[in-house]
Design a protein around this ligand. Sequence first.
Ligand SMILES: Cc1cc2nc3c(=O)[nH]c(=O)nc-3n(C[C@H](O)[C@H](O)[C@H](O)COP(=O)(O)OP(=O)(O)OC[C@H]3O[C@@H](n4cnc5c(N)ncnc54)[C@H](O)[C@@H]3O)c2cc1C
Length: 460
Amino acid sequence: MALAQTTVFELRRILDAERVLTEKEDLIPYSFDGTAVLQQMPGCVVFARNTDEVSQVLKFANQTRTAVVTRGSGTGLSGGSLPSPDCIVLCLIKMDKILELDRANLTMLTEAGVTTLQIFDAAAAGGLFYPPDPGSMKISTIGGNVAENSGGLRGLKYGVTRNYVMGLEVVLPNGEVLWTGNKCVKDVAGYSLRDLFIGSEGTLGVVTKVLLRLIPKPAAKKTMVATFAQMDHAAQTVSDIIAAQIIPCTLEFLDRTTIHCVEDFAKVGLPLDCEALLLMETDGHPSAVAEEATRMEELARKNGALEVRVAKNDAEATKLATARRSAFSALARVAPTTILEDATVPRSELAKMIRFVADVAKKYKLRIGTFGHMGDGNLHPTFLTDERNKDEMHRVEEAFKEIFDETIRLGGTITGEHGIGVAKKSFLPKFAGDAQMRVLRELRRVLDPNSILNPGKMFD
Ligand SMILES: Cc1cc2nc3c(=O)[nH]c(=O)nc-3n(C[C@H](O)[C@H](O)[C@H](O)COP(=O)(O)OP(=O)(O)OC[C@H]3O[C@@H](n4cnc5c(N)ncnc54)[C@H](O)[C@@H]3O)c2cc1C
């Protein structure tokens, strides 16, 4: 059943005609997100410019029991902003203003559609630092980052989006607007609703404003790349660095397949004759940075590094970091369908998990490039496949099941940063257990009794 004409009429009354898209060719770009294989046409796409418009859209949708799928830039990797049939896609990219940079309290207030990079740049222009840096930061929105509790390359030392959210303005499914959190460093008044909305994947409310914590900019940074003949040597280097009580801001790895794809794509002069590459960055006080960099280089060499290259200047450091950031795009060029996962294990189990992924690739005759946030235990096994090949897709599914079963067995999690969405929905009950599933469902029922927000996501 298509969206009723009366619904479109009312949405055009709330928002003006040009911010309500209904033509098929206009809807196609909103029929998928960054997740492979998933596609569904929405009923319409609407663009809100302020909180009041979001509130009016939700109030109307709630009264008419129309599904609403909130969307930032659509870069999600678990199908979170995939439309449900005949839904309203509520896109927030026009809510793109940074409202305040408060130097006295080290905070920034932004609308939900501001990109992560704009936030980083605005903080830097004010002499401050916003650390979370998902690989998609050029286009991902802060609303999407909050909804997914996104991580990034600096997660090891600086944490994830949650660690920088001090307050949120949220519109509830019935149109009511609430503020949770404030500029106080300490606040224990009541349950932390702010924390409930972070990572809620658009299922509990629509985030319209975000109050962010900023920190002082690190005074110095050193970037280096080490290559290894065996993945185990890279994994051992990571374990040794952590055991030496060094917390670098970045400890990322690429496997052989990914290194070759990245070099082919980004042409940054990466060494190709190796099985694993570690990107290591340390930042902070200049003397601590120099000491940590020397120690990390020693540990890499002790574990048989083939080469350790220290960036000579900022330009070279940016080039090396960009190589890692382009890993997904580089892999995506070599196969018609790229399915990226984010199995995450305790760091002590990392080497075991990497070996397991390689064995699964062999067993199911699949091509998997693996890269990720090695310091966080967060792996991105990336299946290079073709969705038109039914037999291969079946093997991909079986391989997934084995990888997630092993992840859970090793005490890990089925998603370190991309969320459940629809992609991981079937794995959640096994991971969360009955009691947790019951509480999750009940919380959702309380906040969204008519199930209008992102129905079918996370769980049914
Ligand atoms: C190349 C690439 C690299 C990536 N690298 C990383 C990475 O390093 N780390 C990482 O964590 N992720 C990464 N991602 C995944 C993705 O970019 C993040 O999940 C990001 O936060 C999504 O932001 P978005 O604006 O695109 O949100 P969308 O994809 O539009 O939405 C994501 C989810 O959030 C909900 N949502 C969006 N906005 C709001 C809002 N204002 N209020 C309530 N709910 C909302 C949606 O309904 C959906 O469930 C990467 C993706 C790509 C394509």
